[in-house]
Design a protein around this ligand. Structure first.
Ligand SMILES: [Zn+2]
Length: 266
């Protein structure tokens, strides 16, 4: 199948984002005739336009927001303005949790009228966008209303993006089966005493082991993961689990026509 995923950023959590140790533009997914952007954090517009080849926000069909935190939503307004060609063209859809448009909306009111449709996410709900179907299987445990995404692409390719959350056993069943598993991995170690509700490397390992995707991608790195060199962590997990695990890099483009991976690769 034709399509790609491009990482406009791989930064997670405040320090890595505010110091821009990694970029924070979110994930761009294109499939045949449909393009969408997940979690346009700070710099998303600049990263899209400075990509080679350029990713044109006015070609987006939708912008998806997993939750309202700034590292995910900062460029929401400007990306909607770009998607709608400066609000002159009413087009595109947005998908986001209810609390994103509550008393402190992450999308300005004048821009809410410029898109074709606003869709609110809910646990277990499915959505159709052109030839692409996706769902938000479960509510994530995070300090604000949060969801991950599970995309069903033609050719039985299932891509899951497990966004910010505390680890729970429920995540395994929610994202199974998945061909390509993308995991926001903010923390190096599991620290049960910590109030920060994020996945750690051991959590990611458990998810990969149980869900058994063809490939797993780690992204959204916090400082502890970054210091431990994510590519070494990914190598280690690949050996341990016998499943290819890749640490995403800023600007990395993954072509989807290599899926399903041939035997022996996975
Ligand atoms: Zn968050």
């Amino acid at each position: 199948m034709n399509g790609f995923i491009k990482f406009l950023g791989t930064a997670g959590a405040r320090i890595v984002v505010t110091k821009q140790l990694r970029a924070s533009g979110g994930i761009w997914l294109s499939n045949n005739n449909t393009s969408l952007l997940i979690d346009p954090g700070p710099g998303s517009l600049v990263r899209a336009l400075s990509s080679r080849p350029k990713l044109d926000p006015s070609s987006l069909d939708a912008i998806l927001l997993s939750h309202r935190h700034l590292d995910h939503s900062n460029d929401m307004n400007i990306m909607v303005e770009a998607m709608t060609e400066g609000t002159f063209k009413k087009r595109g859809e947005i998908f986001l949790p209810h609390d994103c448009l509550a008393e402190e909306p992450v999308l300005y009111r004048y821009l809410q009228n410029s898109v074709e449709k606003i869709n609110f996410l809910a646990p277990g709900k499915s959505y159709i966008l052109n030839d692409l179907e996706f769902n938000t299987p479960v509510s994530h445990i995070h300090s604000v209303e949060t969801y991950g995404f599970r995309f069903k692409l033609p050719g039985n390719l299932i891509i899951s993006v497990v966004t910010d959350t505390l680890f729970t056993e429920e995540l395994i069943a929610a994202y199974k089966p998945t061909s390509l598993l993308i995991i926001n991995t903010v923390r190096l170690k599991k620290e049960s005493s910590s109030p920060i509700q994020h996945l750690s490397i051991p959590d990611a390992e458990r998810l990969i082991q149980e869900i058994k995707p063809q490939m797993a991608i780690l992204t959204h790195f916090g400082l502890t993961v970054l210091k431990a060199k994510p590519w070494l962590i990914a190598q280690d997990l690949t050996q341990k689990l016998g499943i290819p695990v890749v640490a995403a890099r800023d600007g990395w483009k993954l072509e989807l026509n290599q899926f399903p991976l041939s035997e022996g690769k996975g």
